[in-house]
Design a protein. Structure first.
Length: 320
C-alpha cells in the first residue's frame, strides 16, 4: 500500500504519536480490524495506524477542518476513508458505510499546530488575523460575530467556564465597552482588550491564553462534541477494542477521565444480599494506561507539555 502526500505549508508534530497508536494493540488478528481516527489533523496518527494494518484492515478518519480534509483526500490507500464532520457523528457516518462495530478508536483532541500557526484562522493571539476560530470554516458562527452580539453575562460565563479565567467578569465588561466604540474583528484587538483587563499575569503565560481557549471551545462546541463522541465511540467499540484519547487541557481530560471511570466502576449491591459473584454487576471497561509526553518530546515540541493520553479497553459482557 502506498500513499502520496504533499507537504503542508504549516508543519505539525503529532503529540504522543507512538504511544497513542501502540495503545490500540495493533497486533495479530487485530491488524485486520476496523479503526477510527477521530481527528485526522495532518494525518500523523492515521499514517502510523495504516502502516500497521493488514491488507484487509480499514481506517475511517474524521475532521471538521477543510484543510485537514484536503490533506486526507491525498492519501492513496484503499483501506482509508475520510469524513468531513465531527467524530461525534461517527455512529451515523459509519452506519451509512455498513459499519456497526470497530476494533479501536483514537481521539487527538484540541487544536493542531497548522491551525494555530496560520494567522488567517484566527486562533492565535500572537499573530494578527481575522477573529474567526472556526475549525470548520464552511459552517457556523465566526468568533467576531459572536463577540459582537453576545450579552455580557454570556461572555462572562463562557470565559469563566471554558477558560477557567478568574477575571472573566472584567474581561467581558471590557469587551462590551470596546465593541460599543468599534467592532472587535481581529485577534490582536481581542488580545489587547484582555491584556488591559487582566491586572495580574501568570508567569510565562500570555493574559489572553485562557480567553482565547474559552472562545475557541465555545465556537466549536468542543466539549459537547467530546461528550457525544465518547458515548458514540463506546457504543461502537467491540469487546477487546480500545479507546486511546489525548487531551490538552483540564476540561477535556476531566471529561475523559470521568467517562472512563463511569464505565470501569459499577455500583455493587449490598454485600449482605445473597447474590452469587457471577451475578454481580460487571464493569464495562478496564483502564489500561495514563501517559504524558517525555521530557524529550516536550523539549522538541513545547505544545505537547499539557497533553495527557488515557486508554481504556471494552470488556466482554458487563452491566448495561
Amino acid at each position: 500500500m502506498t500513499e502520496t502526500l504533499t507537504v503542508p505549508a504549516f508543519q505539525h508534530r503529532t503529540v504522543l504519536l507512538d504511544e497513542a497508536v501502540d495503545a490500540l494493540n495493533l497486533e495479530g488478528a487485530r491488524t485486520s480490524g476496523t479503526y477510527i481516527d477521530g481527528t485526522f489533523g495532518r494525518g500523523g496518527h492515521s499514517r502510523l495506524i495504516l502502516s500497521r494494518l493488514s491488507d484487509s484492515g480499514r481506517l475511517i478518519a474524521f475532521d471538521k477542518d477543510p484543510q485537514a480534509i484536503a490533506t486526507a483526500q491525498q492519501v492513496a490507500d484503499p483501506r482509508f476513508a475520510i469524513v468531513h464532520d465531527s467524530f461525534a457523528t461517527m455512529q451515523d457516518a459509519l452506519a451509512a458505510r455498513g459499519i456497526q462495530q470497530v476494533d479501536g478508536i483514537l481521539l487527538d483532541l484540541g487544536i493542531s499546530s497548522p491551525q494555530v500557526d496560520d494567522a488567517t484562522r484566527g486562533f492565535s493571539f500572537r499573530q494578527d488575523g481575522p477573529l474567526d476560530m472556526r475549525m470548520d470554516t464552511t459552517r457556523g458562527m465566526p468568533a467576531a460575530e459572536w463577540i459582537a452580539t453576545a450579552p455580557q453575562t454570556e461572555l462572562e460565563k463562557v470565559i469563566r467556564d471554558y477558560g477557567e479565567e478568574r477575571y472573566a467578569f472584567q474581561i467581558a465588561k471590557a469587551i462590551v465597552a470596546r465593541r460599543a466604540i468599534e467592532p472587535i474583528s481581529t485577534t490582536r484587538q481581542l488580545a489587547a482588550i484582555v491584556a488591559d483587563a487582566v491586572k495580574t499575569r501568570e508567569k510565562g503565560k500570555d493574559p489572553a491564553t485562557r480567553t482565547f481557549q474559552a472562545v475557541r471551545i465555545f465556537i466549536n462546541q468542543e466539549l459537547e462534541d467530546l461528550e457525544a463522541g465518547l458515548s458514540a465511540a463506546y457504543a461502537m467499540l467491540a469487546p477487546g477494542g480500545r479507546m486511546s484519547v489525548i487531551s490538552f487541557h483540564s476540561l477535556e481530560d476531566r471529561i475523559v477521565k470521568q467517562f472512563f471511570a463511569s464505565k470501569a466502576k459499577v455500583a455493587q449491591p449490598d454485600r449482605r444480599l445473597p447474590i452469587r459473584a457471577v451475578d454481580l454487576p460487571q464493569p464495562l471497561m478496564k483502564l489500561v494506561a495514563k501517559t504524558k509526553p517525555s521530557e524529550l518530546e516536550v523539549d522538541v515540541n513545547p505544545r505537547a507539555r499539557s497533553a495527557v493520553l488515557r486508554v481504556a479497553e471494552r470488556l466482554p459482557g458487563g452491566a448495561a
